[in-house]
Structure formats: C-alpha cells, structure tokens
Ligand binder design. Structure first.
Ligand code: PFF
Length: 448
C-alpha cells in the first residue's frame, strides 16, 4: 500500500523518450525569463561582463542543482514531495518538499496571466490592430484595466490543461518536440531581421559590450537568482520531469544539454530585442514595458511590422506555454501520487484552483488596484513570495538533501569519480552558501 502511494500511481508507468525529455526540460527552462528578463538585466548590469557572470553562476550552481533535482526525481520516482520520502524514509523531507509543490502552483497562477498577454498581443499584431494608434503605453494600460486579460488567462490555463491531461509522452513530450524546434526557427528569423536593421549594432553593443565596473555583489546575486529561475530550479519541475526519465538516459549529458539550450535561447532573444529597439531610437525600458510597449513601437515603424511583431509574440507565447506546462505537471504528479487521483481529474481541479488564485492577481494590475496588502498589489506579492522566498528555499532543500542525505546519489547521477567529487563539493559547500545569499538579498533582508 505504502509503495503504491510513493510510486507514480497512474496505473501504467509513464516515461519520456530520451530526446522528448531534453525538449520538455528545455521547454520548461526557456520562458519569459529568457525572453525579456534576461536581455534586460544583461543590458543593465554590464552587458557581456554580466553574461559571463551568468554563465559562471549557471555552471557552478545552476547545473549542479539541476543534476541534483533530476537525480532525486529519477531515484525517487515520485512527486517533488514523495521522491524525498522514498529516498530518505523520512516524512520530514516530504514536508520540506511540499515547498516545491506549492511554489509552482502560485507561480503558474500569475505566469499564466503574462502568457495570456502574449497571446492577446500576437492576435493584435497579426490583425494590424496593435498599430492603429501610436501610444503603446496607453494601449497596454487600457488592455490591463479591462477584463480581457482574465479571458486570455483562462485560455492559457485550458490549453495547458489539455496538454498535461494527455500525459507525459502523448502530451508534454509531443507538445515540446514540435514547439521547441519551432521556437528556434522563429528566433533565428527574428534575429536575422533584427541584426539587418539600420543601426542594429548600437543595440548589440548595449547588450554585449563588457563593462566590468558594473560587476558588483548585487549583480552577482541577480545573476545567481536568475540562473535558478531560468533553469526552473527550486520549484519541483525538474524533480517531477526527472521522475519520468528512463534509467538508461545519462543525466549528466541531459544537464549540459538543458543548460546549453537555455543559454542559447536567452542569447538570441537579446540579439532580437536590443537591435530592434535601438534601431528605431526607442528606449528599451524594463519589464513588461520593454515587451509590450517598446517593442510594439519598434515593430510599428518597420516594414511588415505586423508580421514580424506577430511572430515575436507567438514566440513569447510558446516560451511561456512550454514553461507553464512544466509548472502544472508538478502539482498534478503530486495529487496523482498522494491521493491517487486520475491525471484528468488532477489537471482540471488544479487548473480551476490556479484560475481562482490568479484572477485577483490579474485584476490587481489594472481593473482593481485595491487588491493589495500593505501597499503591494496581489500580483507582485505572489511573484515576490514564490520567486524570492519559496524558490531559494526549495533550492536549498535540494542541495542539502542531495549533498548530505541522499545515499544513492552517486549511482543515480552516474558521473565519473572525478566529476562526482567536484559536483558533491558544489552541492555541499558552494551552492547552499550562495543560495542563502540569494535568499537574503531577494527577500530584502540584506541590501547593497
Ligand atoms: N524557467 C522559466 C523562465 O525562465 O521563464 C520560468 C519557470 C518555469 C520557473 C518553470 C520555474 C519553473 F518551475
């Protein structure tokens, strides 16, 4: 009975094919974080110097934690909570693992909101309506102050629900195997367009000119925090995907492929965004403003801008959807394992829950700004709590567990003796200390 609860209880054992797993994991990693947050912070914190710092963070902390999550998932063959119990025999670890089940649920409820904006903007662009007025900031605010964002949020959740309902190989794997290569083609088309615009080189130098004077303790923590978010760590997604990986697949090679894919897609996104905005003399701005205000202004000034703008927002939508799929799979696997629910039942109950939690967050951005606590609107509160508090805690639990408590970790990771020693050192000493600093910084406890 106990065993039944701890292994996937969907009846038949579901598994990824080896390439399907890589595509799905890259789909999770490559998301809105790569498409607008990464280019923006790179431009702000020192261009190529920050990029190098990000690569270092990715290699010394991101990849070791990614491998640890995959090993925990495959070794435990359960959810982001029950895998810990199975590997340690202690329910305490299962309780700690719950952090990584709750976090994706919260993240999904607001990530789906932004994913909805990208779908809406893709439609607006292709239909030409996006360019019928020239005040893109007013247009964005007008959109946000109505109820349309909630409709799109619902559309995203239903779409993602259908994919996850179809299961690991018939749903998640198929979806990513089509969309991840599709996304690459779109990226390359848009990059060629952006780099051949007049004055594109100014954007490239803003993005990539190294400015080592901007490398500070703060930029290091930003790079580390982003390495975590970008690789989808600390939120149970990689543990959950790992639990569906075949034993014969090399987790070490998979880790490198996922990290490389994540970096490549982020780099190309930057080579689209900055040349495009700089070529038209538009201030790239930050956050949502960059993507939903500055870029529409640039596309409106470009020949065939409606087409290229539409492609760009489709690209964003794909990036967001493949990440949302991985977020949904975490609580779905958990409820199937823990309560024996069917996949379909789990999916729709969680989707409805996410919608209920997400609506106030969506409204707090426009239609109902009063939905706030202590002056912070719901959307920002949820983002802050999940990304800056739960995510580093989830990551810390993984490094400590894999570094000190998981006996069979060497065998599961399958590294050579030399690499294993390096990995264990990172997990035991380097990663936990750095993650604690990220937590103290991102939660506002220490400031620079
Ligand atoms: N990695 C995604 C991005 O960069 O946008 C975001 C994300 C997805 C974070 C899934 C965490 C997660 F579990």
């Amino acid at each position: 009975m106990q065993v039944n609860k701890l292994s996937h209880s969907s009846g038949k054992e579901e598994r990824f094919s080896s390439s399907g797993f890589i595509f799905a994991a890259i789909g999770s990693a490559v998301g809105l974080g790569n498409m607008w947050k990464f280019p923006y912070i790179t431009g702000q914190y020192g261009g190529a110097a920050f990029f190098l710092l990000f690569v270092v963070c990715l290699v010394i902390v991101g990849l070791p934690v990614l491998l640890a999550e995959l090993a925990i998932g495959r070794g435990g063959r359960g959810s982001a909570s029950s895998s810990f119990v199975k590997l340690s025999g202690s329910k305490v670890w299962g309780g700690l693992g719950m952090i990584s089940v709750i976090a994706p649920f919260i993240i999904m409820s607001f990530y789906a909101i932004v994913a909805g904006w990208t779908l809406h903007y893709a439609m607006l662009s292709f239909s030409g309506k996006l360019f019928s007025n020239t005040d893109f900031s007013a247009q964005f605010n007008g959109f946000m102050s109505g109820y349309t964002p909630i409709v799109w949020q619902g559309v995203v959740l239903i779409l993602v629900g259908f994919v996850v309902m179809k299961g690991i190989s018939g749903g998640i794997e198929k979806f990513n195997k089509i969309l991840i290569p599709g996304m690459f083609i779109l990226l390359v088309i848009l990059m060629v367009r952006a780099l051949t615009l007049p004055g594109a080189s100014a954007g490239v130098s803003f993005f990539l000119n190294p400015d080592f004077s901007k490398l500070t303790p703060e930029s290091t923590l930003v790079a580390l925090g982003h390495a975590f978010f970008s690789l989808s760590l600390g939120m149970g997604t990689m543990i959950t995907y790992g639990s569906y990986v075949e034993k014969r697949q090399s987790l070490g090679a998979g880790t490198l492929a996922i990290g490389g894919g994540d970096l490549l897609y982020a780099l190309i996104a930057g080579l689209i965004i900055f040349p495009t905005t700089f070529s038209f003399g538009i201030d790239p701005g930050e956050g949502p403003g960059l993507v939903f205000v500055a870029l529409p202004a640039a596309f409106s000034a470009m020949p065939f801008g409606a087409f290229f703008g539409g492609l760009f927002f489709i690209l964003l939508a794909i990036a967001a959807l493949t990440s949302t799929v991985s977020l949904l799979e975490v609580p779905v696997t958990y409820t199937m394992d823990r309560f024996g629910w069917s996949r379909t039942g789990s999916v729709w109950i969680i989707v409805i829950g996410c919608f209920i939690l997400g609506v106030p967050a969506a409204l707090s951005l426009g239609a109902a700004p009063g939905l706030a606590f202590g002056g912070t609107i719901m959307f920002d509160l949820m983002d802050f709590f999940a990304s800056n508090v739960l995510l580093p805690l989830g990551g810390l639990i993984v490094t400590i567990f894999a570094g000190y408590f998981y006996k069979g970790v060497a065998e599961e990771a399958g590294l050579t003796a030399g690499w294993f020693r390096v990995w264990l050192f990172m997990l035991r000493f380097v990663a936990p200390i750095l993650v604690v600093f990220v937590f103290l910084h991102s939660s506002g406890i220490i400031k620079f």
